[in-house]
Design a protein around this ligand. Structure first.
Ligand code: R5P
Length: 294
């Protein structure tokens, strides 16, 4: 029986205070549902509005990649320094502890491997929505190939993933692929990032380019930049800094972290740029300091 005798009467209705109508800080996602926003908030820190995603999904098309020969040894030590882990379900399941606190972005489509010249041909679903839910995914990543033979197929996979994601509150990350034949220009990235957002991506992963501020401005959802091939550490920090200053909301970086001579140093230095506005020189000092602690 309910114990309803002698309870304090409710009276603090704050009639003079309007109901909290919080906006939502992740660009373009203010009208999504609570679950979707909750997952986005696990990825993008409220203090900075930005994210550091650690990408280690390269093996899904490339097999063992330099620095990722033993994911079980390389990635776990970096987890405390990043916000999101991006990988395939196979590798997350086998190499990452389920007790991990970082958010997980699961790559949910497969593509042709590097054994084929045209990797856009032959993509499909590698992890369906039920499996993504079972993995407790915070985000689902779909590779798209604009300007390649698999363009339509990859856009269909993106849209279907975004449909399923919006049903269950899981954001979709649209990944802009760049291939041998694809130009890495402002014109291409303007088109690609916008097309992905219009087809349902909640977040877009693309590349830094000249004119990036126009690319970021024209994309209605956050852009995170890929690192690309390994650069000297200072150059990678400069690229991340310019991208953030020009409107990126984070990085989704792999080789420039795990192929560094100090992966922890780079992960922390990138975090300083992304979340605290450190200049490349300041962040490089952080990298150096941690490197020499070894
Ligand atoms: C590329 O297909 C992979 O998905 C990587 O996640 C992506 O390229 C980011 O890694 P990196 O910074 O090494 O380019």
């Amino acid at each position: 029986m309910a114990d309803n005798i002698g309870n304090k009467a409710a009276h603090d209705y704050h009639l003079d205070v309007p109901a909290a109508q919080e906006g939502f800080y992740v660009k373009g996602n203010a009208h999504c549902g609570w679950g979707m926003k909750n997952r986005l908030a696990r990825m993008f820190r409220p203090e900075s509005g930005n994210t550091v995603m650690l990408a280690f999904d390269h093996g899904y098309i490339m097999g063992p990649t330099a620095g990722l020969e033993r994911i079980d040894l390389v990635i776990p030590p970096l987890v405390p320094d990043v916000d999101v882990l991006m990988g395939t379900r196979g590798v997350i399941r086998s190499c990452i502890s389920p007790a991990v606190s970082a958010a997980k972005c699961v790559r949910v489509t497969y593509d042709s491997t590097v054994l084929y010249d045209d990797m856009s041909n032959g993509g499909g679903i590698a992890c369906d929505i039920n499996s993504a839910i079972e993995m407790n995914a915070d985000c689902m990543a779909v590779q798209t190939f604009l300007g390649a033979s698999g363009e339509s197929r990859s856009l269909e996979l993106l849209a279907r993933t975004a449909d399923a994601g919006s049903r269950y509150g899981i954001p979709t990350l649209g990944v802009v692929a760049v291939g041998k034949e694809m130009e890495r220009t402002e014109k291409f990235f303007l088109l690609a990032t916008r097309v992905l957002a219009e087809n349902g991506a909640n977040i877009v992963k693309s590349y830094y380019c000249e004119g990036f501020e126009r690319v970021a401005a024209a994309c209605p959802v956050p852009i995170v930049i890929a690192g690309g091939k390994k650069l000297p550490e200072l150059e990678a920090l400069e690229m991340a800094y310019r991208a953030i200053q020009e409107g990126a909301h984070g990085v989704d970086m792999g080789r420039n972290i795990f192929q560094s001579d100090s992966p922890t140093g780079m992960a922390q230095a990138i975090g300083k740029v992304v979340h605290e506005g450190y200049t490349p020189a300041q962040a490089y000092e952080v990298y150096q300091e941690i490197k020499h602690q070894k």
